[in-house]
Design a protein around this ligand. Structure first.
Ligand code: MN
Length: 322
């Protein structure tokens, strides 16, 4: 034996090219699964920082590789195995191609992939990439033909009209979503500190009808007031920027801000929302392994993604989350 003992050695995990050792799927129109992990290195980066979150998808596959031999075991976050009997597993679609210069092409590739997968009744779980990646994902959901509510969980509200001359960048994600005809409600959770928004951006959002629950309010009142805002049986898109989480548990992000959400506040938001609404698409973005601290952020976020897959699998099979 060489090196320090680790969880992978303890559990007998073999190295894995896919998230959780799930089956790989490259043909997006023929997926047999409840959800699909889609790695997206980048969409529309700002020139000043480039594609700083491009290694996010790969980092989550590595972070959870130690558990690939344990996928059948009891997951206490879900009250049973991640994919219990009678449910369909998730698949890993690998990473989408991307171009360093052609951002419109990146957005088209993302839009096409998400539309194909979602129209098949499979829930796309888009793993970014920076927070510009959800814009084409949200756009794609128009092709599914429903109206949607967005639950955005993020330290930042992302309501800039444009930034550095770019309309489709990560500071404008919710502003662009609000302009789409199929987006009827937006609930935003976790804002705190100083972000990209000016006060008039915030006011525009409030006037549009966004319901805000800032991080301080979540720490004071819990997540129940958020769940009350989600109408029963509505179609839901969850946009999760990992900087919503406290940097103590998710340091692997560029926009760290103190006072963030805990693991269970985040997980209970996702499972609580899914118990009321139909979860139709999801993203986790702003994952930047280069600034992680001893793998802690990769650990937190990869477990949150795995639990979300279990929640979606149960919703598909109509089995209650434990
Ligand atoms: Mn953010």
């Amino acid at each position: 034996m060489s090196g320090k003992p680790d969880l992978a050695a303890l559990f007998g995990a073999t190295s894995s090219d896919t998230f959780l050792g799930l089956d790989q799927c490259k043909d997006f129109s023929r997926i047999q699964a409840s959800s699909a992990f889609i790695g997206v290195p980048c969409a529309t980066p700002y020139g000043s920082v480039g594609a700083y979150a491009k290694n996010g998808p790969k980092s989550l596959r590595e972070a959870i590789a130690a558990l690939t031999a344990n996928i059948e075991r009891h997951n206490f976050d879900l009250g049973g195995p991640t994919f219990p009997q009678g449910t369909e597993r998730a698949v890993d679609c690998g990473d989408l191609e991307w171009d360093e210069k052609d951002f419109a092409k990146n957005r088209t590739i993302i839009r096409d992939a998400v539309a194909k997968i979602a129209k098949n009744g499979v829930v796309p779980i888009v793993i970014g990439g920076d927070d510009s990646v959800p814009i084409p994902m949200i756009e794609a959901m128009a092709e599914v033909g429903d109206d949607f509510t967005i639950l955005q969980i993020d330290a930042h509200i992302d309501w800039r009209k444009e930034h550095m001359g770019e309309r489709f960048g990560l500071s404008s994600t919710m502003r662009r979503a609000s302009e789409m005809a199929h987006i009827k409600n937006i609930i935003q959770v976790g804002a705190r500190g100083i972000g990209s928004a000016h006060t008039n951006d915030y006011e525009d959002a409030v006037n549009w009808g966004v319901k805000f629950f800032d991080a301080r309010q979540i720490h004071k009142e819990g997540i129940e007031p958020v769940l009350k805002q989600i109408s029963a049986n509505t179609h839901l898109i969850i946009c999760f920027d990992i900087d919503a989480l406290d940097p103590a548990i998710a340091p692997n992000t560029i926009g760290r801000a103190p006072g963030g959400l805990s693991y269970y506040q985040a997980l209970d938001l996702i499972s609580g929302a899914a118990s009321k609404a139909k979860l139709c698409a999801m993203d986790f973005v702003e994952i930047m392994p280069e600034v992680d601290v001893d793998g802690l952020g990769g650990l937190t976020v990869s477990r949150l993604v795995a639990a979300s897959m279990g929640i979606i699998a149960r919703q598909h099979a109509k089995i209650k989350t434990g």
